[in-house]
Design a protein around this ligand. Structure first.
Ligand code: ADP
Ligand code: MG
Length: 271
């Protein structure tokens, strides 16, 4: 497939808008699995520093979008066309999963994946090293900058009092926060969170909303979620919400605007 050169041409012709401070730029993205169109000419752009909520019915293509952004799904696993850029210059479709993570995209999956048998601070330490040779890393000394970063992240995810606790003994909500902390140790530019509050109590859900709200300014975020109270807590009165359906953007606007949109009520919220 030679749509790489097509993308290059779009860039040269100035058809890809990279001048408006977008951290993520998705243009005319299509992802087809065995003839099934999971993403269909999707256009989406997230501003630098923005926290964008993405909602939509099951099967809308939300996870597939994250899979393509992170390089988990690439050609020829699926028939992919269109552009996905990080910032102005990083053409994510030309990069593999490791290079994309290295470039500053962190992803939080639904199930927390922490090192259960290690202490909270050790989990953060391992994450800082990018999971490479973590045993060697654990034995090595933490330098001043690393120590400062760890303290900052422990405070951000509110696990200061649990720093020496074995991760396996944390509550579900604390494990979710630890995993976010592990992502933050890598100082990501963009964090992707796929249904982060599934399985959480109402209180844990609101704590996570508060935590993500406080991360504004530290990194940009894209959050996929069905929990409307959580989405409301993140988007407030002015934040932009994107509604995906059948692989394309069905509506975009404030939560109040998209909730009143007849197309959205019909395909998602009305049910
Ligand atoms: P969402 O996260 O919005 O619920 P998904 O992105 O998981 O939706 O799925 C979108 C559609 O693409 C679904 O119909 C799903 O079955 C299909 N799909 C996702 N990944 C694959 C794959 N690897 N192979 C075939 N079909 C897939
Ligand atoms: Mg999904």
């Amino acid at each position: 497939m030679s749509d790489i050169s097509a993308e290059g041409r779009l860039l040269e012709q100035g058809k890809i808008d990279t001048l408006h401070g977008a951290i993520l730029y998705v243009e005319e993205l299509s992802v087809v699995f065995d003839g099934f169109r999971a993403i269909n000419k999707l256009n989406l752009s997230i501003d630098n520093g923005e926290l964008r909520c993405v909602i939509g019915p099951n099967g809308a293509g939300k996870t597939t979008l994250m899979d393509v952004i992170t390089g988990k799904t690439r050609s020829p696993m699926a028939d992919i066309s269109g552009s996905v850029f990080l910032g102005q210059t990083m053409d994510l479709r030309r990069m593999n999963e490791a290079a994309i993570a290295q470039a500053g995209i962190g992803r939080k999956f639904q199930k927390p994946t922490v090192f259960e048998e290690h202490r909270v601070w050790e989990n953060l330490y391992i994450a800082m090293a990018g999971n490479k040779h973590w045993l060697t890393t654990l034995r090595a000394r933490l330098d001043a900058a690393g120590k400062a970063r760890m303290e900052q992240v422990l405070a951000q995810v509110r696990l200061e009092s649990e720093a020496y606790q074995i991760a396996g003994t944390l509550s579900h909500g604390q494990k979710q926060r630890l995993e976010i902390g592990m992502l933050l140790m890598q100082q990501p530019q963009l964090l992707l969170l796929d249904e982060p509050v599934a399985g959480m109590t109402d209180q844990e859900t609101m704590e996570l909303a508060e935590l993500l709200n406080q991360l504004r300014g530290h990194c940009s975020m894209m959050v996929v979620e069905h929990d409307m109270d959580f989405v409301a807590a993140l988007s407030g009165d002015t934040g932009k919400v994107t509604v995906l359906a059948e692989g394309s953007t069905l509506a975009e606007g404030t939560l109040a605007q998209v909730r009143q949109d007849p197309k959205v009520i019909e395909s998602y919220l009305g049910r």
